[in-house]
Design a protein around this ligand. Sequence first.
Ligand code: KIV
Length: 275
Amino acid sequence: MSAPVRSRRTSVADIRALKGVRPIVSLTAYTAPMAQLLDPHVDFLLVGDSLGMVVYGFETTLPVTVEMMIAHGGAVVRGSNRSLVIVDLPFGSYQASREDAFRTASRILSETGAQGVKLEGGEEMAETISFLTERGVPVLAHVGLTPQLVNSFGGYKTQGRSEAEARKVRADAAAVAEAGAFAFVLEGTLEPLAREITAASPVPVIGIGASPECDGQILVSEDMLGLFNEFIPRHVKRYANLGASVGEAAAAYAADVKARVFPGLENTFQPKRGA
Ligand code: KIV
């Protein structure tokens, strides 16, 4: 009997090779069923620490723990079989030292089966990115608007408006690519700057609220599906309104329960003939 044929997962090398060939497609996923639905349509799934806000109802991503990322990372790996899966390193688990970063990243990779990690930061994280990549941990970097710095930025603000800010975003992008990141997310920058950075970068630039000219795009799935209404960033295009559908379905179910109407159960609890 021949072994079942399993399609190979996309690798970080495959993602790198897409630069200049075609746009890279990515979405976030936090659960196995959502990963299963998205898997056929994306190049990589990101288990983002945005799950702190979207799934757990926190106001920021800062309270997210390594244990949460491992639980959700494992679920997304089990729910998918062709996309690359990347898991975010949560706030406080990697910034203090490159050794801390390696300990967290290696635990996440070995306990979830994901193929890489994402971390936020530019020049200040370059040494850590080299340390990780040289030790077998592929890194997706994240520069521009980095949500874990919300307290330092004083909110979720577009980065690169002034020439000094633009210089910083440019330097961060160059530093993470030079340090060995296989790609980086560029979030919340003005379009001309994003276009310029994408043209100059040797590795793929994945935009979010940056520019259609980036090498690829990522969105929080619940934002684009209309499932998360607490905070809708300006860059999000809604491709569905599932929040409204869930509300309508719940209302219809409640009406059936109250009216004791259960079409699906009509035959289930009938006494057996002759009983
Ligand atoms: O946490 C996250 O989901 C992210 C993406 C939105 C890029 O960082």
